[in-house]
Write a protein that binds this ligand. Structure first.
Ligand SMILES: [Fe+2]
Ligand SMILES: [Fe+2]
Length: 259
């Protein structure tokens, strides 16, 4: 089975590069399923039904997310009607689902899991269950399900936490793809017990920016310590970031494009 994992789609430039590159990448590599992280899809933070649909039309089957998932007003009204996961270690009672068995018929069945790390989320981590014990719980609950692959999006800041999760799950899931930093890493590898691992797939979006945000705004913020209203960069170069997981031949290959 082959899965294409697309990095966080950040605002309009992110949506543009997905529409431009994804259809031709699907044609060339023929993945059985395509996943992407959507937490920055709409206006840089959060999602709308319309933009999820646009990305589905471009070829994405299912989405994971992170701490921005409920940022757009009204998300709670449709979160259960869209193919989107929110972090599984959100508190009991949070709307939406944190993991899901996705059955694509002839292309196979995948258990997709979304978890958030504990480090650096500006206080939001105070609400989270421990992702290490949560993944144990999810794997135990789903152990009798017949799936072709188990794939996890670990949405986390700290590389130490991501590596610890990688080795904690080595041999227990097929792949762990990191998201959240928006910066692609080149450590795609097979862990000793066979799990495919990547610290961060990076973002789809404007790269002449600070993680998608206009740099004059972020520089002012760091110079003065004054909070700034973020605006998302539309100009300059744009990157499409993704990784192709070949689960049979145990290969994990970056597929990046820049315009
Ligand atoms: Fe993000
Ligand atoms: Fe994030």
């Amino acid at each position: 089975m082959k899965i294409l994992y697309v990095g966080e789609i950040v605002a309009k430039p992110g949506r543009e590069v997905v529409k431009k590159f994804l259809p031709e990448i699907i044609k060339e590599y023929k993945p059985d399923m395509v996943f992407a992280n959507c937490e920055n899809l709409s206006g840089g933070r959060g999602i709308t039904e319309e933009k999820i649909e646009q990305m589905r039309m471009a070829g994405i089957d299912y989405f994971t997310s992170g701490e921005h998932i409920f940022q757009e007003k009204g998300t709670e009204d449709f979160i259960n009607n869209v193919p989107v996961l929110r972090p599984a270690n959100y508190p009991e009672g949070t709307l939406g689902e944190g993991y899901k068995i996705i059955d694509s018929g002839k292309n196979g069945k995948v258990l997709l899991i979304n978890l958030m790390g504990l480090t650096s989320f500006g206080g939001k981590n105070a609400f989270l269950d421990n992702p290490f014990s949560k993944i144990d719980e999810i794997l135990e609950k789903t152990k009798d399900e017949k799936v072709d692959a188990k794939i996890m999006d670990f949405h986390a800041e700290a590389t130490s936490e991501k590596y610890s999760m990688g080795f904690y799950l080595d041999g227990r899931v097929d792949a762990i793809i990191g998201t959240h930093t928006h910066v692609p890493t080149c450590d795609n590898m097979v862990l000793p017990k066979g799990t495919l691992y990547l610290t961060d797939v990076g973002m789809c979006g404007a790269i002449d920016s600070s993680l998608g945000v206009k740099v004059d705004i972020t520089i002012k913020m760091f110079l003065t310590a004054m909070n700034q209203r973020f605006e998302w960069e539309n100009a300059g170069r744009k990157a499409f970031r993704s990784v192709l997981l070949d689960l049979q031949s145990k290969k994990i290959v970056r597929i990046d494009k820049i315009i």
